[in-house]
Every structure is written in C-alpha cells, then in structure tokens.
Design a binder for this molecule. Structure first.
Ligand code: SAM
Length: 218
C-alpha cells in the first residue's frame, strides 16, 4: 500500500486555534499543548474530514472505530505525566494519532490493536510519517506481559472494570489511565501503583469511548 501525503490542505492556523480551545477547556500541560499543536491530525483519517480535522471532534477511522477528539487525547496524555524515555503501553492503537502524541512527548510506545485492518494501516502510516513504535496485533485487555513492566499504561477504549492484569504490568510508581463504565459513558480513572500490592485510584470526568473488547473487557 502506498501513502501519498500530498498536502493540498491548508490548515490556516487551525491547529493553533485548537490548542487555544483545549487550553480554555482546562488542558494546562504546556508540553501536551505543544504536541497537539505539532502533530498533523489530518493525516490519520480520510480526506473527506480534513476540513474539520482541527475541530475538537471524533471521526470514523474504519472498522466501526473512531479517532478520539483532541480534548480526550490531551486529557489522557496529561494524566500520564510522560517523562522522556518512559516505557508506555497503549491499548487501542486505532489510527495511531495518540501513539504519535505519546512519542512526541518522549515515550517509548508499545501499542496494541485488535482490529487487523487498522493495525495493518497504522504500521505503515506511522513510519511513513517518521514515527517509530512497537506495534502488536491482538487483545490488549490482557496487556502485553512479555514486555512488562511499563512506566505508564493508557487504554483508549471504554472498559467495564479496571483489568487487574494491567495493574500487575505497571512499575512501582507507574500510572494507568483507563475509561471505565458502561457502553454509554465512562469515567476517566487513573490508578497509581504505590508499591507491590497497593494502588491509589482516582475517578475523574465523564467521557464516551468505543468499547474495549476482549478477555478482560466486554
Ligand atoms: N487512540 C486511538 C487513535 O488515536 O486513533 C483511538 C482509539 S479508538 C477510540 C479505540 C481502539 O481500541 C479501536 O481501534 C479498537 O479497535 C481498539 N480496541 C478495542 N478493544 C481492544 C483490545 N482488547 N485490544 C486492543 N485494541 C482494542
């Protein structure tokens, strides 16, 4: 498959406006805002939607899945407190936009997608855009034990509960960010691993994600 990113599309400052909008909505981490201002989101989905690429909207990416809206991407990224060199597991690669945001923040990203068509597309698009990640195809609800432990884990689909197996793949001091709820809406949850057996859970705002499907999910 060949990808041509011939950019006839002119953003006309749209990314800058998006950054200001996210700032107004409460995203305060300047590093996250700078990255949202840098990654060209329109490359990650169909040209039909390019004119709206820098609005705070979700779009279809195929296989019944969506790219999350930029506010959600920024919100989850902020909660992860990425430090340069952090080993991050991302569950739900989708089109790879969030993956690129994490890479730009300095993370070494292990990302897993269960939909083969999305996986196949994303493993070609990201290197084409100059982004390197470790890509996996399969059920990420179980994590990827063979590469654990991780500094951070981000789940980009809505789960019915926090999979305990993911908590065991966190380093001490590591952070898991996961939306948890029913099919209609989920609360963003962060879990910090305090020590071997203790975890601190914080329940935050409400979002709406596509479902996390799999062994430890729906
Ligand atoms: N962060 C993504 C992006 O930037 O495009 C958006 C991801 S989309 C909201 C959620 C993704 O999670 C979908 O691509 C879906 O196929 C995937 N997914 C759902 N359950 C999964 C599982 N058990 N393992 C891996 N991926 C899963």
């Amino acid at each position: 498959m060949a990808f041509k990113f011939i950019d006839n599309y002119r953003e006309k400052g749209a990314r800058k406006k998006l950054v200001e909008e996210l700032r107004k909505r409460g995203i305060a981490d300047e590093k996250v805002l700078a990255v949202i201002g840098k990654v060209k989101r329109h490359y990650f989905f169909d040209e039909t939607f390019w004119a709206q690429a820098y609005l705070d909207k979700a779009f279809p990416i195929g296989e019944g899945q969506t790219i999350s809206n930029p506010y959600t991407v920024a919100y989850q990224s902020e909660l992860l407190h990425i430090k340069k060199g952090d080993k991050v597991l991302e569950i739900g690669t989708g089109c790879g936009y969030q993956t690129c945001v994490l890479i730009e923040l300095g993370a070494d990203v292990y990302t897993i997608e269960r939909q083969e068509k999305l996986y196949q597309r994303t493993i070609q698009v990201l290197p084409h855009l100059g982004y390197k990640a470790h890509f996996f195809l399969g059920d990420g609800s179980k994590g990827i034990a063979e590469h654990a432990p991780y500094d951070k884990i981000i789940v980009t689909a809505g789960a019915p509960m926090v999979p305990q197996i993911l908590l065991r793949q966190l380093k001490i001091g590591g952070i898991l960010v996961i939306p948890v709820g029913d099919e209609k809406e989920q609360k963003m949850v962060t879990v910090i691993r305090i020590n071997e057996n203790d975890f601190e859970k914080i329940v935050l705002d409400t979002f709406r994600f596509v479902p996390l499907l799999g062994d430890q999910a729906w």
